[in-house]
Write a protein that binds this ligand. Structure first.
Ligand code: ADP
Ligand code: MG
Length: 491
């Protein structure tokens, strides 16, 4: 089977091209709104429609956002870069050309670091080179709903995009997903793209080839398009690698072509081959001046860059003593990371144990609520300080973990944990005289068990502790219960 030859006889070479829609309010070259989901052809104007006599005016924010992404991915930024026309004919491209960048893109020669270990503790990082990031306009959408007609919606025509092109440094489908996750997270941290793959504001084309292990030269690549989730990107790449190994093993040669991922059949299908490849006839855009990025502007943008995901993850490990796994999950998304920091800041004692308790609550119950309600942490009505209160109550043994679980639903409804514990009288009892009474009653009620324990059946300790906790509705401090039981039984 082809899959068994991967890693033994062949290795894959993968380079990704990511298109990210920028979150500017208006389009790249005119004032049309970029709002998503409006009725077709409402966000349009003579410029979006490509009418003769209209002239593009560059949206400055687009340049700023592109520079942010370039700096965040360790790129060099060109002080002067050019727009170019990329020509092709398609109904959703009214001008007959797309304004893009060609020879001199605004950002070039960068890299991102990805973490490959499953534990996420950062022990194995790998650099994936970024060849370039260029600015371009999006095309409209063709809707092939009807039998014979194609409908065109130009709301998206002229929305600003950046295209992020990676070096062919990726070797597996899993690395491709790790790279994409990193790119998407960076865009979200910068607040310049919503990263929504299903709505098409974050799109990825995968260039895939194979070569015998040890060979330096790359094989012929196929470009796979049309994946609308990370899972599909992974599956499409895996399938494409298998397909190519199958061809080479049976004596054939891979042809350079564009293929589309078909989620229905879980295969890739040819779209166009090299012979049909476009000659885009790029030439410099005469209607727009070069983009100039003076050093002061660059410095100013750099000074405003936020802390990014990977940096924040590493800080969580360093400053809160969290396991890398926890830190990775908590920093996946900014408002969740902030929620953790706010909860931690509210702890009455700042210890590694308590940070870990806060992390546990967030990674389980809080995240479950977020996914159930499909909201982000900043939309949560549960104040982070309540998570801190829970951790404080638990860590100071004011409540047992059983009680903590029990009161959490009420806390979720907006009640302070301390209040719930006080109102319901659930404070853990550490008062010896009270517990001694319980323990002594228990021992006199169960003479048989006491006898068997003394004859050597030490496992009955579990039974005694369980009964004592039950008789106090879980309020007795289990450590004290155990200690007092031992004192009496082992005497
Ligand atoms: P094209 O001219 O076909 O657009 P480029 O050289 O511009 O090709 O590369 C486009 C993308 O394909 C980049 O992400 C690059 O890393 C990747 N790539 C280039 N050659 C290969 C190859 N042989 N196998 C896999 N990916 C490749
Ligand atoms: Mg190219």
């Amino acid at each position: 089977m082809a899959s068994e030859l991967l890693g033994t006889k062949y290795e894959a070479v993968i380079g990704l091209e990511v298109h990210a829609q920028l979150l500017t309010k208006s389009k790249i070259f005119c004032g049309d709104s970029t709002e998503f989901g409006l009725p077709p052809n409402t966000n349009i104007s003579p410029l979006s429609l490509g009418h003769p006599g209209t002239l593009p005016v560059l949206n400055k924010e687009v340049v700023e956002y592109s520079i942010c992404m370039g700096l965040a991915t360790n790129c060099s930024i060109r002080p002067i870069s050019l727009f170019a026309r990329k020509h092709y004919f398609y109904p959703d491209l009214p001008k007959g050309y797309q304004i893009s960048q060609f020879d001199e893109p605004i950002c070039y020669d960068g890299y991102v670091e990805i973490e490959l270990d499953t534990k996420g503790d950062g022990s194995k990082t790998q650099r994936i080179g970024i060849t370039r990031i260029h600015i371009e306009e999006d095309a409209g959408k063709s809707i092939h709903d009807l039998d014979i007609d194609t409908l065109v919606d130009l709301n998206r025509a002229g929305v600003a995009l950046i295209e992020i092109v990676s070096e062919p440094d990726i070797r597996t489908a899993q690395e491709a997903v790790a790279y994409l996750t990193q790119i998407r997270q960076t865009l979200l941290y910068l607040g310049i793209c919503d990263g929504n793959m299903e709505e098409g504001s974050f799109r990825c084309d995968a260039n895939v080839s194979i070569r015998p292990i040890g060979q330096k030269e790359f094989g012929t690549k196929a470009e796979v398009k049309n994946m609308n989730s990370f899972r599909n990107v992974e599956k499409a790449i895996e399938h494409e690698i298998e397909r190519q190994i199958g061809i080479v093993e049976s004596g054939g040669a891979v042809v350079q072509e564009t293929r589309g991922w078909d989620a229905g059949s879980q295969t890739t299908k040819p779209q166009r081959s090299k012979e049909q490849a476009h000659d885009y006839r790029y030439f410099p855009e005469p209607d727009l001046p070069p983009i100039r990025v003076p050093q002061v502007w660059l410095d100013e943008i750099r000074s405003r860059l936020p802390e990014l995901g990977l940096q924040r993850k590493r800080r969580f490990v360093r400053d809160f003593g969290l396991p890398g796994y926890d830190a990775g999950i908590l920093t996946q998304e900014q408002s969740l990371a902030q929620y953790f920091e706010d909860a931690s800041a509210a702890l009455s004692e700042k210890t590694t144990d308590r940070y870990k308790l806060v992390s546990n609550w967030i990674m389980t119950d809080v995240m479950r609520i977020l996914s159930e309600k499909k909201i982000t942490a900043n939309e949560l009505t549960l104040p982070p300080a309540y998570i801190a209160e829970m951790a404080d109550l638990l860590a100071s043994e004011m409540i047992s973990s059983k009680i903590a679980k029990e009161i959490f639903p009420e806390v979720l409804e907006g009640k302070s944990p301390k209040k719930v514990v006080e109102e319901r009288g659930l404070m853990q009892v550490s008062d010896n005289s009270f517990i001694i009474e319980i323990v002594e009653a228990l021992l006199s009620e169960n003479p048989d068990e006491v006898g068997r324990y003394r004859e050597g059946k030490k496992s009955l300790m579990g039974f005694f502790v369980g009964q004592a906790l039950k008789n106090t509705q879980g309020k007795a401090n289990p450590k004290i219960v155990t200690k007092l039981l031992q004192e009496r039984l082992d005497a």
